[in-house]
Design a protein around this ligand. Structure first.
Ligand SMILES: [Zn+2]
Length: 89
């Protein structure tokens, strides 16, 4: 999986979470803070980790990019997020 192919809003299956689709929120970001003042100097994206939620849920998960498996539109239920559910297909 190439990092540059990952777009916010895309849906993927995740290794270890069979049967459920995840929607990408964005890349994980880390704040760079000044050790002296605690002031946030910069925010950097971690290209190896994305924040994703299960479709139909809003709990955020950190997912390794290498665990993302491409999912075609219509391959999962847009309502409950389950792969193979005929309801939203
Ligand atoms: Zn469904």
């Amino acid at each position: 999986m190439q990092t540059q192919d990952i777009e916010t809003g895309d849906c993927y299956a995740v290794a270890g979470y069979g049967g459920i689709a995840f929607r990408i929120i964005g890349f994980k970001t880390e704040e760079i803070t000044c050790w002296h003042t605690g002031e946030v100097l910069d925010e950097v994206e971690d290209p190896d980790v994305v924040i994703a939620v299960m479709v139909g849920d809003d709990r955020r998960h950190e997912v390794d990019v290498s665990d993302l498996l491409p999912l075609a539109e219509g391959e999962f239920c847009s309502c409950c997020g389950q792969i193979g559910c005929p309801w939203g297909a």
